[in-house]
Each structure stands twice: as structure tokens, then as C-alpha cells.
Design a protein around this ligand. Structure first.
Ligand code: G3I
Length: 419
């Protein structure tokens, strides 16, 4: 496909037929070529893949036929994949104990990557979200929740003034409120989980999102968000997770992954956290910057974001890139699944395609400027139809796998960098 060529001298009717046939069998007939080739001198270009893309068949969003085309698009355009959901604790380890794992979909994901010679990324080991209740359950009574109570854990090695509290979703949204495991029990469960999952894919999964979204949002003084990991274990749950992952696969690249790092206050918290981990020689090897953005993003903001993160001296992986063009999503750079409905409401902004193109061009110009630090760029989905925020049409390919003007804008930046 990448060689699909406008210069073929054939009757126009044949060209149209040929293009249709090619578009039906492969992902797209993008005349711009493939993203992975355009950036091959700089960084891998990845995508999140959902279960159907690695096992085939129809999904809840796509028919079997559409899914075949999505798979072809993934193979054509990308050389790195991340499991969008199937390695999350809730899905890979739904029940307690050694028999409580469901490896089938994650195995299929890793095999898909290996057989297509793609770099495989694991997402994610420790997250406040999508973790089953049994992980946190035990016999210790849950504390009485009060936002004024200081953090009880003795080990406060990450600076900040974290407090007990329900957080934004406390008492609701899947947060377990029953009697709790002890610190030691939870650490043991975390260690077993990480050793089992990372150990199974040792040598096959190149990078892991070890800890996901542990930073607090907003301008407050809390560095870490309220979570059951923090409340039960204490702030060193992060260091422990990295330590266990490193034991399980000493060669894996271990990432700390978060969203909203384009926001100066959150970025400051990232730098505080990572410096604290580095001072303790915790094996954190890369920063994952999710980059769930909207069209208000500029080259200047991305430039400054990358320059500041780079001061940590670690590679930067862009892990979940998308750019929301829904009217409801133009205020912040968040990634909370609970906020997603609001951020995809209101229809598309005016002139969405042009603004999306400008935004992506600025973003990639910044990635290329910082290519000494930016070592991977992953889109959070291959096309708009599969995106978690598909109503915001945030990706480079539409629901028919056709390249959008933003695709051309990104390819143009690659060409400029090559000159
Ligand atoms: O698979 C079921 C399907 O059978 C069912 O019919 C359907 C009904 O709604 O739900 C499907 O499961 C959904 C799953 O995505 C697969 O699409 C879950 O309800 C839904 O909660 C889940 O959302 C995922 C979300 O994380 C929560 O885990 C999104 O796909 C995924 O894109 C999103 O990704 C996160 C990253 O992991 C971390 N950073 C933020 C990013 C966006 O929120």
C-alpha cells in the first residue's frame, strides 16, 4: 500500500476500480504513504488496539468486515501497538489467586504484535481505575472519610500533602468502600500481579506503563491523587510497583504514564514525583505523556511541555495521542472516562478539519523538534470509529479508514524535518 502510486498511467475508470479494491482489502489508499515510514528515522508510530483488532470478528462498534479493514489499517500505518484495555487488571486478573487470570486476549495482542514485527507496549499495571474490588478488600475497617484528615501512612517519601478523601469520584464510580486489605496484603497482591503479568510477557513486551495516572489534577498542593493504592499502602506504592516490574523483567522499559502534562501545574507535580523516585534510585525509565488534547493546543505549549519534561533526563513516550474536536471538549486536556460524555457533546466545532490539521501539525513539529527525547508516539486508536471519544473525531483516519486532512498535515511535518 505504501507504494500506491498516483503516477500509474491507466484509464481513469481502472484507477478508480483499483483504488476501491485496494481500499477494500487494505486499510486505506492513503497517497501520503504510511505514518510509520514517514517517521522511521525519528520514532515508532503506534496505535492502541482493541480486542477485535487482534482476535478478528465483529465488535460492539464494528462489523466483522469493518474490523478486517481496521486491522489492515493498523498493519499498514503503525509499527507499535498498545492494548487499549486487555491488560488492565480488571480484564487480565478479574479474580483473586493464581487461577484468577484471563490471559487469552492479552496473549492474542502480544502474538499479533510479534507476528507483525511491531513493538509491543503493555498498559497498565497499577491504576486507580479498572481494578477489581477484591484487590483492595480485607478485614481492616475503612477509615471515616474526611478531607481534613492528614495522610496516615508513615512513609511520605513523595513530597506533597496528600490527604484521605473521596476524590472526585469518591463513594461512587466503582470505588470500593468496604473493609480494606492491610498494606502488606495489598503489596503482596500487587507483587504477585506484576510478577505474573510482566513475567509472562518477558522479552515480548518492550515497555510497560507501570503506574498510570497517580498525579492529582488541578492547582492544589496534593501531588498524588486520592486512591486506594495511596490510602492503603502510602505514597511508596509507586516505587514498589516499579521495583516489582524491574524484578520481573530487568530489560523492560518501565514508564510512569499520565495525562494533562501540558498543564504547567500538573507538569510540576510530575517533575516533583519523578525527581523523588530518581533520588531513591527507583527504576523508572521513561515518561509516558498521554496527550489527550483538543484543538486549543499549540506548538508553543507542546514545545514547553516537552522541554520541561526532558529536564528529567528520561526518554519521553507520547502514549495516547488524540485531539478532540467536539465542542464540549475544548476546555481542558483531561482523560477521565467519567467526563468523556460531556467532552464529546455539542457537535463538532466549526471548521473542525482545518483546526484539527493545524493542531496536529503543531504537535508533530514539537515532537520533531524534541526528537532527542521523544522516543515513541502512539495514537489512542487507529480511526475515529474505534476511538474512546469517537464523537470528537480526534484521529487521523475517519470511520472508513480514509486519511483526513490532518493526516496530510502530519506527513508534511515529517517531510519538512527530512529536508
Ligand atoms: O467491551 C464492552 C462491550 O462488550 C460492551 O457492549 C460495551 C458497552 O458500553 O462496553 C465495552 O467495554 C468498554 C471498553 O472500554 C471497551 O470499549 C467499557 O465499558 C469502557 O469502560 C472501556 O473504556 C476504556 C477506558 O479506558 C476505561 O478503561 C476505553 O476503551 C479506553 O480507551 C480508555 O483508555 C484510557 C487509558 O486506559 C488510560 N488513559 C485514559 C484513556 C481514556 O480514558
Amino acid at each position: 500500500m505504501k507504494a500506491f502510486n498516483r503516477r500509474l498511467v491507466i484509464q481513469p475508470g481502472y484507477v478508480a476500480t483499483f483504488a476501491l479494491v485496494m481500499a477494500a482489502t487494505a486499510g486505506t489508499a492513503a497517497p501520503g504513504g504510511a505514518l510509520k515510514d514517514a517517521f522511521k528515522e525519528h520514532f515508532p508510530i503506534g496505535t492502541a488496539v482493541n480486542r477485535n483488532m487482534v482476535v478478528g470478528g465483529a465488535g460492539f462498534r464494528r462489523s466483522a468486515e469493518q474490523n478486517e479493514k481496521d486491522i489492515a489499517l493498523v498493519k499498514e500505518q503503525f509499527n507499535q501497538i498498545t492494548a487499549e484495555n486487555d491488560m488492565k487488571w480488571q480484564l487480565i486478573h478479574p479474580r483473586e489467586g493464581a487461577d484468577g487470570y484471563e490471559f487469552g486476549p492479552a496473549d492474542a495482542f502480544v502474538n499479533f504484535g510479534s507476528s507483525n514485527k511491531m513493538t509491543v507496549v503493555g498498559h497498565t499495571l497499577v491504576w486507580h481505575s479498572q481494578t477489581p474490588n477484591w484487590v483492595f478488600a480485607g478485614t481492616n475497617p475503612a477509615p471515616v472519610v474526611t478531607n481534613a484528615a492528614p495522610l496516615a501512612a508513615a512513609n511520605t517519601n513523595a513530597p506533597g500533602t496528600n490527604r484521605f478523601g473521596p476524590g472526585r469520584f469518591g463513594g461512587g464510580f466503582g470505588r470500593y468502600n468496604g473493609p480494606r486489605a492491610s498494606r502488606d496484603e495489598l503489596l503482596q497482591r500487587m507483587r504477585d500481579h506484576i510478577h505474573t503479568v510482566v513475567g509472562r510477557y518477558k522479552g515480548k513486551v518492550k515497555s510497560w506503563d507501570v503506574v498510570n495516572e497517580a498525579l492529582a489534577d488541578g492547582n492544589g498542593t496534593n501531588v498524588l491523587r486520592s486512591s486506594l493504592w495511596l490510602e492503603i499502602i502510602g505514597p511508596d506504592f509507586i516505587a514498589k510497583a516499579f521495583q516489582y516490574a524491574h524484578e520481573a523483567d530487568p530489560k523492560a522499559i518501565l514508564r510512569y504514564n499520565d495525562y494533562g502534562l501540558e498543564n504547567a501545574a500538573k507538569r510540576k507535580k510530575l517533575i516533583t514525583l519523578i525527581k523523588s523516585l530518581q533520588a531513591q534510585t527507583v527504576p523508572v525509565h521513561a515518561i509516558g505523556s498521554q496527550a489527550h488534547l483538543n484543538v486549543s493546543i499549540t506548538f508553543e505549549t507542546m514545545d514547553q511541555t516537552l522541554a520541561e519534561i526532558a529536564t528529567l533526563g528520561l526518554p519521553i513516550h507520547i502514549t495516547e495521542l488524540d485531539v478532540n474536536t467536539a465542542a464540549g471538549g475544548q476546555r481542558g486536556f483531561g482523560a477521565e472516562i467519567t467526563n468523556n460524555t460531556a467532552t464529546t457533546q455539542g457537535g463538532l466545532i466549526s471548521d473542525a478539519d482545518r483546526k484539527l490539521t493545524d493542531a496536529y501539525a503543531g504537535i508533530f513539529r514539537a515532537f520533531l523538534k524534541h526528537r532527542d527525547s521523544v522516543k515513541m508516539v502512539t495514537f489512542w486508536g487507529a480511526n475515529d470509529a474505534n476511538s474512546w471519544r469517537g464523537q470528537g473525531k480526534p484521529l487521523l483516519f475517519d470511520g472508513n479508514n480514509q486519511p483526513k486532512p490532518a493526516f496530510d498535515g502530519v506527513i508534511a511535518e515529517a517531510k519538512k524535518a527530512a529536508n
